[in-house]
Design a protein around this ligand. Sequence first.
Ligand SMILES: Cc1cc2nc3c(=O)[nH]c(=O)nc-3n(C[C@H](O)[C@H](O)[C@H](O)COP(=O)(O)OP(=O)(O)OC[C@H]3O[C@@H](n4cnc5c(N)ncnc54)[C@H](O)[C@@H]3O)c2cc1C
Length: 404
Amino acid sequence: MSSLPILIAGGGPVGAIAALALARQGVPVQVFEAEDRVDDAPRAATTHAATLEMLVELGLIDEVVRRGLIAPKFSIWDRASGDVIAAFDFGLLKNDTRYPFVVQCEQHKLNKMTIERLRRFAHATYEFASRVRAIRQFDDRIEFEIDTPAGLRRVAGAYAIGADGGRSTVRKALDITFEGYTHPERFLVLTTPFDFAATYNGCLRNYFSDPDEWCALFKVAGDDGTGLWRVVFPTRADETEAAAFDDAAVQDRLQRFFPKRGAYPVVHRNLYRVHQRVAASFRKGRVFLAGDAAHVNNPLGGLGLNFGIHDALELAHLIGRVMRGEDVPDSLDFYDRFRRPLNIEYVQQQTIANKKRLEEKDPAVRAATNAALRATAADPAAHRAYLLRASLLESVRKRAGAVM
Ligand SMILES: Cc1cc2nc3c(=O)[nH]c(=O)nc-3n(C[C@H](O)[C@H](O)[C@H](O)COP(=O)(O)OP(=O)(O)OC[C@H]3O[C@@H](n4cnc5c(N)ncnc54)[C@H](O)[C@@H]3O)c2cc1C
């Protein structure tokens, strides 16, 4: 095995999981995280069956289930009539997976438990407050230039992973274009302890379709396990952050959608710019892109981080084999060859379709789409096929069946 470590830029959930998967194989790894602590902004929570199966391999599954909420069902509602258009039940996948449900576990919890596991390996390091500024590639190694509180530092590695998020310094340094587009509206996430469960038949994941203003409503456990609901709305294209966060506007938005007596307690307000973009290549020389550095998408369907975790495990597997001399370095090309088209087919296509379905303005198209959804939910074979795709199990199987 090469004595040089694998260098990872970005210690978010994808970078940390890639590091843990490498460390478990005995591969030395160093993670550099720009911030001085784990970001606990409300982002991913929905963890799908395909990912839960991978978390078993990493020894993380029990803690993820314990600190999250099991949600077997999700519903798509018609806002105007208040009727359920279609209700889907992952329970139908009971013969396909040990985990016929999603677990709603916030990404900062997953990130922290991964770092804690990683620190148990003597050949792994994870450093906060260490921003990767520049990278240099050589025939036999890669170098990172890192900005740390103690000053600039240079480190050398055998290979590197850019897991440094959507604005990836690594992707830009490699001059890889981020192909796709940015949605004109932003997504506003309001977090409230108000309990919506009784109103929505105990369903923890709900989507409301409406031509003027759609909404997504999810429950997460919260840090103390008492439960929080995240309500996601599109903003108007020209809406400023101040206007979106204004107390009266926040209450008005919630009350218009979910009228109730008395104000909503709101514990967080967050605004996200949303993109559909895929890097033109996931590899250049000794450097690979993973997670949001390689692909970004809207969060409807909860797929972005799930796919990023799959990137991390695939890459760790390929690099591990090469580092042990079990495979030739050229085999690392499979990473870009398989994962890029898989992201387009399963993540970009599904999230774009999910958003379009919720916001469709043409009444005839809406009626046809809703009829198709109803028919899918009503037919057990079509229902199962839909869920195999939505849970990313189909993408993992397709990858497993691909000839290398
Ligand atoms: C509202 C919302 C809801 C979502 N819900 C879901 C969901 O339910 N399910 C799902 O699968 N996905 C979801 N996502 C997507 C998910 O949040 C992202 O896909 C996920 O954060 C990607 O993880 P990552 O580790 O690749 O990147 P990030 O989480 O962005 O982590 C990148 C890390 O790199 C660090 N960094 C950046 N630059 C440097 C540098 N130069 N040097 C060193 N470190 C650097 C950053 O500080 C950060 O810690 C959601 C996103 C949003 C916005």
